[in-house]
Design a protein around this ligand. Sequence first.
Ligand SMILES: [Zn+2]
Length: 150
Amino acid sequence: MARAIKNTTRAPRPEQANRHDELRVMLEQRRQAMIDELHGRLRGVRAESAQRTPEPPDPGETADVDIQGDIEFALIQMKAETLDKVNEALARLDEGRYGHCFDCGHEIPAARLRAMLFAVRCTECEQTREDRGRSHGPKRDPAGVLALQR
Ligand SMILES: [Zn+2]
């Protein structure tokens, strides 16, 4: 009853809304892809452990299976983390905070967001942060992960 007045202070300009609509679609597609893949992988892991025959373990083979399992687990964890980031980005989008730099508050260019859907800083601030981070050792952030994959 008391909330009859709608909060219109965050009403985005039309071009802003379009930009966010496009990114929302991309985020939602990414989320669905992550969910599908997670389900697929979890099914695969279950099927594999069901197939595994309870033979007396051969030391060499078990080690191999363990490594496989570790890789699979790491992949699942990576997907789950990506899913978390997608959900976080969608929540920020709903709050009208998505696409704005955490540090300087400026709009993050749409091209950067398309390339890095979870970018939380503009290119400049990210660069400054990376330069600063280098002297403090490796930091756990999306840019750092991408650098490692190169
Ligand atoms: Zn910035």
